[in-house]
Design a protein around this ligand. Structure first.
Ligand code: MOS
Length: 748
């Protein structure tokens, strides 16, 4: 039955009530005890061979006949007015086909920009050139030789705060009376923590190849959301959506920074519209690090009040955010939800600076907030003399206190216990004993909360051919997380087919099968139920046909391991005994994600423990191990999921130890916008990582029982490392990352 129902959907903490199409697929969630053949078993990546052999075509690899190359001229100053551009000189360079400046009449609509005559940050695009070769396009950019009148700028939080340069209103959320509760508390701690600006630094930079054909705009885009990109291109260029096709076969990392069509696709499409040629626009590394996006720096103050035995009575979190995402505040959200507490307040101010505005970066805002909150909780453990994990257990919140709703599932207590067991937490103090190598060692922990329940709309189709092979189509691109592999496993499970008899296609809007943006940890819990629904529709039709062929009751038949069997064991035939009769016809099914359950919040939880070794002579900090336990409901592919956790932990570790956008305060220009100077971790920095998942599927949430995992693993890592540093050295650094200079200062 097809209905339109109202449901609440969520993306990175933004809730929306909307109408969604629902077709009841009659499926109930697989139970915890369900005997599954594929789902839950470690499975190598469907696209692994293509990726490692170089056959995978990323957007940067796309080359079309007659394709032009675009280059971008960027602002060298933080704030200024462009008084002249030498357009004629640029156009005179051999091979130049188009020059776009702020004065150009563009074929698409945008409120401001995308090209600026008054740049508001270093790296802001001023002009773009398309030419026969990249070298000619770059030479023409140099020939534009902009004359720029510098204007005043502010690039640090302190000054912006003093000048009250807010972007939007102060955001405050509170319950109870936090000041009174703090005044009455037996134990109080206050902590001020600064967190760094962090750049997404995808290995594949932002990239697009656009081809404005007479009847269709085709765009290859390195995007996390091909349908959002299609909608944006259609809207801005005023085209019907079905005349825009977005193709995203492989993506070399997005981490939140590659949503929608992006500057690159809009500009490439405009250049193609003007020139009649395909146009390739790939950010160079400097452009990527200047303008690909960032997690904004923060300065946060957390004040906690508690009873002598560690029951939280007050949580007050304040955050100053360096020009974060417009209209979205979540740095202090964890302070309102992670622990049970009646008197709580979160206040955050977004400060307007002459810096590239922050955008989504894996667990945007929440990671920043947890990094401060969880260090304050650690201080409270020290102050009350309690084991930090015991303190957290005592303050466990079994429902969402902001929304006053229960969770669909919550295994946070399991995560505390499991991480402790894996890490050898009860013996952690022995690491503080003098060590033969002279290093100071310690262990710290931190908890994680995030959304990630996913929701509708999300669609899938499944088609079973005469050869007994099923083809699944999903409306998402695999951004490196293993989405297509998980879809293959879910379809094979439902169809009773071996994995190699199921193929999965994604990464193209042409089939018009919609999927959501790969963001907010929503892909798996949104897409996999749709895949299961599509496969179930095919299975039912197949069994109906089998009933005709074998003169049996379809209800008496089951599928397993590529065979059709009767429950009484009398019939046991291969799939192909039925499908071969189809000839070139096929059995088709479609599926979609059902609505979210009313009256619940869906969240993910976790706990990580870190062990560090600090060299008191050099100030170097080495992470010697991370133990991670996460609650993501049912784990579809344990191999892919562990890999996700490892990636998140490495990014979180780098946030604690080495990554930071460094701005020259005298010029306002980022000085480390290269991969030489911007320190992402390498294999040599990678510690042993042990991963465990809570064994409880979220059967209330959807028909596969899965929650999301994209964001959770990055969230607690930096706090766990900072707490381990505190345990090792007895000191807490006021700011991350823990560079050698900061470490030596902290332990002096
Ligand atoms: Mo969002 S940071 O794109 O998951």
């Amino acid at each position: 039955m097809t209905r339109l129902v109202k449901t609440v959907t969520e993306m990175e903490g933004r809730f929306e009530e909307k109408w969604v199409l629902v077709e009841d697929d009659g499926l109930v969630s697989w139970e915890a005890e369900a005997a599954l053949r594929h789902v839950g078993h470690p499975t190598p990546r469907l696209t692994g061979p293509q990726r490692v052999s170089g056959a995978a075509r990323y957007t940067v690899d796309v080359a079309l006949p007659g394709m032009l190359h675009a280059a971008v001229l960027r602002s060298p100053v933080a704030h200024g007015r462009v008084t002249a551009l030498q357009v004629a000189a640029a156009e005179a360079i051999a091979g130049v086909r188009a020059v776009l400046t702020p004065a150009s009449e563009l074929g698409f609509q945008q409120r401001s920009g995308p090209l600026h005559d008054e740049p508001l940050y270093a790296g802001a695009p001023l002009a773009v050139v398309a030419a026969d070769t990249l070298a000619a396009a770059r030479e023409a950019c140099r020939a534009l030789a902009p004359s720029i009148e510098p204007l005043p700028f502010t690039v640090d939080i302190e000054t912006a705060w003093q000048e009250q340069r807010f972007d939007g209103d102060l955001h405050e959320e509170a319950r109870g009376d936090v000041e009174a509760a703090l005044a009455a508390a037996a134990v109080r701690v206050e902590l001020v923590v600064s967190t760094p600006g962090q750049l997404q630094t995808p290995i594949e930079p932002h990239a697009a190849v656009a081809w404005w054909k007479p009847d269709e705009l085709v765009c290859f885009i390195a995007t996390q959301g091909m349908f959002d990109a299609r909608a944006e291109l259609a809207k801005r260029f005023d085209l019907p959506p079905e005349r825009v096709r977005v193709i995203t076969e492989y993506v070399g990392g997005g981490f939140g920074g590659k949503q929608n069509a992006g500057f690159e696709a809009l500009i490439a499409a405009e250049l193609s519209r003007r020139t009649g040629r395909p146009v390739r626009l790939v950010l160079d590394r400097h452009g990527e690090q200047l303008d690909g996006g960032c997690r904004p720096a923060t300065r946060q103050t957390v004040r906690l009040g508690a009873t002598a035995d560690g029951m939280l009575t007050a949580i007050d979190a304040e955050a100053l955010v360096e020009f974060g995402m417009s209209g979205w505040r979540a740095v202090t959200t964890p302070a309102l939800t992670l622990y049970r507490c009646a008197d709580v307040r979160g206040i955050e101010a977004n400060l307007r600076l002459e810096l590239r505005r922050g955008n989504a970066f894996r667990a945007p805002a929440v990671m920043e907030g947890i990094t401060a909150l969880e260090q304050a909780i650690d201080e409270l453990a020290i102050e009350t003399g309690l084991d930090p994990l015991e303190l957290r257990r005592r303050n466990f919140a079994d429902r969402d206190q902001s929304a006053d709703l229960p969770y669909t599932s919550n295994s946070l207590l399991w995560c505390y216990d499991r991480a402790a067991e894996l890490a050898g937490w009860p013996d952690r103090d022995r690491w503080r004993e003098p060590q033969a190598d002279g290093l100071l060692r310690g262990m710290g922990c931190a908890a994680q909360i995030w959304w990630g329940g996913g929701g509708p709309p999300s669609h899938a189709s499944c088609r079973l051919g005469g050869d007994g092979v099923a083809q699944v189509v999903v409306g998402v691109q695999d951004i490196g997380t293993g989405t297509l592999t998980a879809a293959r496993m879910v379809a094979a499970e439902e169809l009773g087919l071996p994995l190699d008899r199921v193929t999965v296609r994604g990464g193209d809007t042409a089939p018009a099968i919609y999927g959501p943006v790969a963001g907010g940890s929503q892909t798996t819990p949104s897409v996999m139920p749709a895949v299961r629904g599509a496969a179930a529709a095919v299975r039912r039709k197949l069994l109906a046909l089998a009933g005709d062929v074998f003169e049996a009751e379809p209800d008496d038949l089951v599928v397993d391991d590529g065979r059709i069997r009767s429950r009484d064991g009398g019939l046991d035939e291969p799939y192909t005994a039925v499908t071969a009769k189809l000839g070139q016809a096929s059995i088709d099914g479609s599926g979609n994600r059902g609505p979210n359950p009313d009256g619940y919040r869906a969240n993910t939880f976790g706990c990580q423990i870190a062990r560090v070794a600090v060299d008191p002579g050099t100030g170097s900090v080495r992470v010697e191990g991370i133990w991670a336990a996460h609650d993501i409901g049912r784990v579809i592919n344990p191999l892919g999921a562990s890999s996700q956790v490892e990636g998140g932990i490495l990014q979180g570790m780098a946030y604690a130890l080495s990554e930071q956008r460094v701005i020259d305060r005298t010029t306002g220009v980022p000085v480390n916008a290269t991969m030489d100077d911007y320190k992402v971790p390498t294999m040599m920095d990678t510690p042993p990582i042990v991963v465990a998942f809570a064994p409880l599927p979220d059967t209330l949430l959807n028909t596969v029982g899965a929650k999301g995992l994209g964001e959770p693993p990055i969230i607690p890592t930096a706090a766990a490392i900072a707490n381990a540093f505190r345990h090792a050295t007895g000191r807490r650094a006021a700011a991350l990352p823990l560079t050698r200079a900061r470490v030596l200062e902290a332990i002096a």
